[in-house]
Design a protein around this ligand. Structure first.
Ligand code: SF4
Length: 589
């Protein structure tokens, strides 16, 4: 079957074609080392990830190295590959993944774990690092999963803890040296891994011995080789102005989730919400200078022709030079009909230029994340958001023509009671009717309600998560509250995260090494694309946990005693454990 025939048999074939504007295709004759960045999700999602674009640009800036990309294909494409005994290949040169020197997986979500195995399986690559010898690539991972890499420890040769921009260059240098000396990167794998394990930020799981207690906490965690660290310290880019990547921007041939240029203006977040894992992963706060951002925006616009530039950070409106930056960008780009987007705005810092920017954007909707319904609960979770300021921001938005507001909340937070849920509906109702002061109709409010998961490296990591029955009761109560108020149902749309998906996510994010076998069992039974509710199958996960001796709900919802050693305690994210404990106590007293 030709590649063209394959494409005729699958949905959205442009996902698999490559050949995008600014994709890098190098002459194989000039290449000494080839790497493939793998994203265990669909192309549409992977190409919206800034990290993969940054690494692609860094690696391809080396003349003797080719860096390509591969994504997890949708089941229809997988079927065609299997039916025709074909292997999964890279987008750029069509090389099967098993033929690369290095595969680098960007793993940012626990619900992608089975997709990693799917990509291995479609490439004929054995699942565990110990099964792979000289004939296979070195397979590494990085991304948010490094906050607790233990559930995927068996699958990877090494895992980068923290940000990979700088350390990836060291990894490639060492691998190139081994390839030159021994003919293939993994010809002397043990020797290679020992050398790599001494590089700051690199964790080689197979070199550590771990014993667990029955409650999934750690009895003993010891390095099994001399000279390797017992604690792995996160690595991160110290100066964002010196890491000016990407300098080019691939333009997909098919619409992707974030179909625009994205430029980081800040990395990290000045706030310390106690449930937030992103804060730990991206700390410390680093700020890019307005001049550098402006020059990068001009360059990326020139090479891509995109008509929208998004200024990215966890909390964009906390960027200290926002007013001047936005003014300069609007002045330069409005002449070119390029719009500037500002996601993650907080109500507090909406200044003159920012509101000008917001009012010039498509007035479809504005998003805020109060996370909890009452001030009391927001204080417990340390969510610094002032509801009066939120109302002021909403008024400004309605005046500018906005019709919709989206609000993010969590349920199952510590010390939450039903009055906190009632406050969510009150807030949504008031915000909706507020628009009547400026327009004929009330606003449409969209409530996105997720379930609180006590994630590793946060002050709440020791807490329990709500049992499934309790989460369902709270979801039902919120629906009932909306239905009980005449006319409110048409104004408030409520969307809940799937209870079962949240439980799998929690169990995997708080798990230990034993879960590598659970993930493998779930994959063998057909689990993949677990983020997608139409693909997700809870029965499979329940069986996979129970066959390996675990109860899925107990694994997800257990609380952990403060004095216990956690499966992820060997990772130093730069945030002192005593500080996390103090924050935990402050929240609950
Ligand atoms: S403001 Fe957002 S990113 Fe910052 S700590 Fe809070 S939840 Fe995390």
């Amino acid at each position: 079957m030709s590649f063209e025939d394959i494409l005729l048999n699958v949905m959205r074939p442009a996902r698999y074609i490559g050949r995008e504007h600014n994709a890098v295709n190098k002459n194989p004759a000039r290449i000494k080392f080839n790497a493939c960045l793998c994203f265990p999700e669909l192309y549409d999602i992977g190409m919206s990830n800034l990290g993969i674009r940054i690494l692609y640009d860094i690696l391809n800036s080396r003349k003797d190295l080719a860096c390509e990309r591969a994504f997890c294909p949708w089941p229809d494409y997988q079927k065609v590959l299997k039916d025709n005994s074909l292997k999964l290949t890279s987008l750029e040169s069509g090389t099967p993944l098993g033929k690369f020197d290095l595969l680098g997986f960007s793993v940012n979500n626990e619900l992608n774990y089975t997709n990693i195995l799917s990509m291995f399986s479609l490439s004929g690559i054995p699942f565990t690092a110990k099964e792979r010898g000289a004939g296979f690539p070195l397979i590494i991972a990085g991304g948010n999963c490094s906050l607790n890499p233990e559930p995927i420890a068996d699958f990877f040769d090494l895992i980068v803890i923290g940000e990979a921009e700088e350390v990836i260059v060291d990894i490639v240098k060492i691998c190139t040296k081994f390839k030159k000396k021994y003919g293939s990167v993994c010809a002397r794998k043990e020797e290679l891994l020992i050398e790599l394990s001494k590089v700051p930020g690199i964790y080689v799981p197979q070199f550590y011995n771990v014993e667990y207690d029955k409650d999934m906490t750690v009895k003993e965690f010891t390095p099994g080789k001399n000279g390797i660290p017992s604690v792995i310290k996160k690595v991160y880019v110290k100066n964002l102005d010196k890491c000016l990547r990407p300098l080019s921007w691939i333009v997909p041939n098919v619409e992707v989730i974030h179909d625009r240029i994205g430029i980081e203006i800040m990395r990290g977040c000045p706030h310390r919400c106690r449930f937030c894992q992103a804060h730990s992963y991206f700390s410390p706060l680093r700020i890019r200078s307005p001049k550098v951002i402006f020059n990068l925006a001009k360059r990326l616009y020139k090479v891509s022709g995109y008509e929208q530039i998004s200024l990215l950070s966890l909390s964009s409106s906390d960027y200290p030079f926002m007013e001047g930056l936005v003014g300069r960008l609007i002045k330069y780009f409005s002449r070119k009909a390029v719009s500037i987007a500002l996601p993650s705005v907080r109500p507090k810092n909406i200044t003159e230029n920012v509101s000008r920017l917001l009012s010039s954007q498509r007035k479809t909707g504005l998003t805020f994340a109060p996370e909890a319904g009452t001030d009391r609960l927001r204080r417990i979770i340390n969510k610094d958001i002032n509801i009066e300021e939120l109302f002021q921001a909403a008024k400004g938005a309605y005046k500018a023509g906005y019709q919709r507001i989206k609000l993010y909340f969590m349920i199952g937070l510590p010390k939450e009671n039903d009055s906190d849920l009632e406050a969510i509906v009150d807030l949504a109702s008031k915000l909706s009717y507020l628009r009547k002061d400026f327009a004929r109709q009330a606003a449409q409010i969209s409530l996105s309600i997720s379930t609180f998961i006590p994630k590793p490296h946060t002050p709440f990591q020791w807490l329990n998560m709500s049992k499934m029955d309790e989460t369902r009761r709270k979801q039902g109560y919120l629906k009932k509250l909306i239905l009980s108020r005449p006319g409110l149902e048409s104004k408030i749309k409520i969307n809940f995260h799937n209870v079962h998906i949240s439980v799998v996510e929690a169990a995997l994010s708080r798990g230990h090494r034993g879960l590598s076998k659970v993930i493998q069992s779930a994959f063998d039974k057909g689990a993949q694309f677990d983020q997608w509710s139409d693909c997700f199958n809870f029965d499979i996960w329940q069986q996979a946990f129970s066959e390996n001796g675990f109860d899925i709900e107990e694994s997800a919802t257990r609380s952990i005693a403060l004095e216990k050693t956690l499966p992820w305690d060997f990772i130093d994210m730069g945030i002192n454990k005593e500080f996390l404990k103090d924050e935990f106590r402050k929240a609950l007293t």
